[in-house]
Design a protein around this ligand. Sequence first.
Ligand code: PLP
Length: 396
Amino acid sequence: MKKIQFSPPDISDEEINEVVKTMKSGWITTGNKVKEFENQISSFCNTKKSICMGSATSCMELALHILGVGPGDEVIVTPYTYTASCSVICHVGATPIMIDLAPDSFEMDYDKVYSCINEKTKVIIPVDLGGILCNYDKIFDVVNSKKHLFKGNSEIQNKIGRICVLSDSAHSFGASYKGRVSGSIADFTAFSFHAIKNLTTAEGGALSWIINDNNIYNNLSYFSLHGQNKDALTKLKSSDWEYDILFPGYKCNMTDILASIGVIQLKRFNFLISKRRKLCAIYNNLLQNENIEIYQKDSIINESTIHLYIIRLNGKDEKGRNELIERLSKRGICTNVHYKPLPMMTAYKNLGFNINNFPNAFRMYENEMTLPLHTLMSEDDVEYVCNCFKNELQKI
Ligand SMILES: *Cc1c(COP(=O)(O)O)cnc(C)c1O
């Protein structure tokens, strides 16, 4: 029987050789390799500047910190995401405001976003589910139309002059929206390079921004490295041993070893993405007559990064969907669900969220499943998955 994994990392000899080179170079923590990777990310994403960190979660959390978001502030977020998009709001002491999805959509209901904006609202965190960018035109329309209510409480918030758009683009590195690349659209964009993501450094992330302000990079590097005013490489290079600790910062810098994986993944990225798009087109073709909704539609394949092959089973509920997952697993096929909405998780129930207040998110979740799609899959593998899927779907 075939075994189809959900999303194993695609690491070639080139990544391995680059890591070995760095390990032998005498410098393995944050240094020139990270700077090189950051510059490559900025030019790839057509953005002002980027900084690498240990994860997308750290990137989002530190973005909130440098914006000065904290207790008393409200941050808007979708319930249909991984916990990281919301936990960072809790970490900085702000209040998460979850907005239900629009009917039959994986995006927040932007009319509801509009009506919940008040003087406490400082940031909105949209999530580019599966590598399809959100409707940023709409998001900017909404935050601009409530500009008069905005009360900035830091220099950078005042510079932006309205609610800051911080996108959770963990799935959308390399995606585009009306010809603009992810990273060049939102005020801040957080990418994840976790092992399961389209471009990986094992663990890692990058934050990009479009605001012209040299302080942002420095502030973020201080925040990610103890609040220390000189990094290890700078200290090594000069006789100037003395440093200061500006504030009690965090420790979430990326290492040169991991950045070495990243520079090669980026070099191979166009190849990796075109393979995903090709496999997606085969899926779409083989599944077109099934009683399902296909999320990665043919019309958006070239703009999406096809991070997740999301489908919805028409007329099925949680029970039917779970049975299908079980049946496919018995045939060696690993599938997944994206996402169980946050209000169904203990942490957010304990904060007072209740799934009954998010009926649209629940409807998207109850019949959603994600089929395996990754760059180590062959066209035959996709055919095998589709055959098993059609076969098992009839039995539930
Ligand atoms: C993976 C993921 C994250 C977290 O990324 P890390 O790099 O592991 O911190 C955040 N949001 C979404 C939607 C994700 O899928």
